[in-house]
Design a protein around this ligand. Structure first.
Ligand code: GDP
Length: 475
């Protein structure tokens, strides 16, 4: 919490100039409207002989974690996410590993798609998240949950490094997750692994055989070649990462996916990160109370307990949590109370959030002085028009409102774009492109305004009209 110099002076019933003088005396150059942070306010308070209480930021009660002692930690299987450009073989690779290293080890086992599975190599396990791509990965991170220990970057040897390859590299980098490169489709006659390695160096990934530190494994998902080596490399990298957890404590982990099943009620796939989850235990997942009624592993077998890195399908939740929500086992009374509390805080936040900007409300918000910047994400079908639209929109900036293009790119409107707009309280403009299904759903949930145009000047007209309060109300 902060307070302006003016407000501070008023609060204490002193002259603002006096406060400014004091601040300058403290080495802080301030004007009337400058904000005073909590720390400075405390020092000022001491100067004036008043006690300064700092309001705790109103934060939803986090699902408190328990500290584990180092000696309680034991190795757990690494959790892996597969990323890469579209059509480079992410799904094929996940399927191939599942077929080779899951069902093969147990005859007759039918793997269930629950959003994650475990593969085995040399008697050791690796947990794979079954939703490939950096979008899901980043969506979870945006919720504060990071489950991935290692990323496998799939690059097709016949296609090389492509835009989403670069995005994936950047997302993994931002998360500090080590990357192993699977150079896929080496069965293709026009495959060129060296070119892939060359292109990767331009993005900071230098292959080991070229003197760098990035492990690159040539594979063919279709022919199931190189898979064992790839998995061995995952274990090797895992060893250097010290991937450990205490299995002997109340379980904590994240929700991988969740849905409402007609027959079974709310069903969630959860990944245990610490502790052991047992049937019968009460828990909070996000803001949802639950009591584990039954658990199934990725082979559809009923199990009674699940330790670190084990993905399980859980029945017995009172509602459907969100993918990426953290869950924590606690005693029932506390779990109910915490879930209720988090829900209340969330509702309040939602109310506050209705300040989300839409073009319809732009003018009113401008008039009320609520917004001073219009943040826009632009997606379009060709680079030229995306740039032209972006520049023209930015030129619409006035003294009241500055138009910011916070992200622009070629391609359809994705959920990742919606998340970005959500984080920046912005709107999305599509030029000759549409939102995909997930983006549409996310936009609805997050109340993000998406507008699609086929003609540049119509987009400009709308934004201009909105800024001057002349937007057609039925828009
Ligand atoms: P994703 O979009 O990254 O999940 O890619 P997919 O797994 O859907 O694969 C895209 C296409 O590439 C499909 O037609 C696959 O059959 C093909 N493909 C995937 N792996 C290989 C491979 O190792 N060799 C060849 N020749 N084709 C592959």
């Amino acid at each position: 919490e902060s307070i302006s110099v003016q407000e501070y002076a008023k609060l204490l019933g002193i002259e603002a100039t006096d406060v400014i003088k004091k601040l300058i005396g403290l080495g802080v150059m301030a004007t009337l409207n400058n904000e005073i942070d909590a720390e400075t306010a405390q020092i000022l308070g001491a100067e004036y002989g008043v006690e300064t209480k700092i309001k705790e930021p109103e934060k939803p009660e986090e699902l408190e974690d328990i500290e584990d002692k180092p000696e309680e930690l034991i190795e757990r299987p690494p959790v892996v996410t597969v990323m890469g450009h579209v059509d480079h073989g992410k799904t094929s690779l996940l399927d191939a590993i599942r077929e080779e290293n899951v069902t093969a080890t147990e005859a007759g086992g039918i793997t269930q798609h629950i959003g994650a599975y475990q593969a085995q190599i040399n008697g050791r396990k690796i947990t794979f998240l079954d939703t490939p791509g950096h979008e899901a990965f980043t969506a979870m991170r945006a919720r504060g949950a990071q489950a991935t220990d290692i990323a496998i970057l799939v690059v097709a040897a016949d296609d090389g490094v492509m835009p989403q390859t670069v995005e994936a590299i950047n997302h993994a980098k931002a998360a500090g997750v080590p990357v192993i490169v699977a150079i896929n489709k080496i069965d293709k006659p026009d495959s060129n692994p060296d070119r892939v390695k060359q292109e990767l160096t331009e993005h900071g990934l230098v292959s080991e055989d070229w003197g760098g530190e990035t492990i690159c494994v040539p594979v063919s998902a279709i022919r199931k070649e190189g898979l064992d080596t790839l998995l061995e490399m995952v274990l090797l990298v895992a060893e250097m990462q010290e991937i450990k957890a205490n299995p002997d404590r109340p379980a904590r982990g994240i929700v991988i996916e969740a849905e409402l099943d007609k027959g079974r009620g709310p069903v969630a796939t959860m990944l245990v990160l610490k502790g052991t989850l047992k049937v019968g235990q009460p828990l909070v997942a996000g803001s949802i109370f639950g009591k584990v009624r039954a658990m199934m592993d990725y082979k559809g077998r009923r199990i009674k307990s699940a330790g670190p890195s084990v993905p399980v399908e859980v029945l017995g939740l009172s509602d459907v949590p969100n993918a990426g929500d953290v869950f924590q086992v606690m005693d029932e009374k506390k779990a109910r109370a915490v879930a209720g509390e988090i829900q209340t805080v969330k509702r309040e936040e939602e109310l506050r959030r209705s300040g989300k900007i839409s073009l319809d409300e732009l003018f009113n918000s401008m008039q009320a002085g609520e917004i001073k910047e219009l943040n826009i994400v632009i997606k379009g079908d060709v680079q030229g028009s995306v740039e032209a639209l972006g520049q023209s929109l930015e030129r619409l900036s006035t003294d009241e409102v500055k138009v910011n293009i916070i992200h622009s790119g070629v391609g359809g409107i994705s959920e990742t774009d919606v998340m970005l707009a959500t984080a920046s309280n912005g709107i999305i403009i599509g030029f000759n492109v549409r939102p995909d299904n997930n983006a549409r759903k996310a936009a609805e949930k997050e109340e993000i305004d998406i507008h699609v145009y086929r003609v540049i000047y119509e987009a400009l007209d709308d934004v201009k009209a909105a800024m001057t309060g002349l937007l057609d109300p039925e828009f």
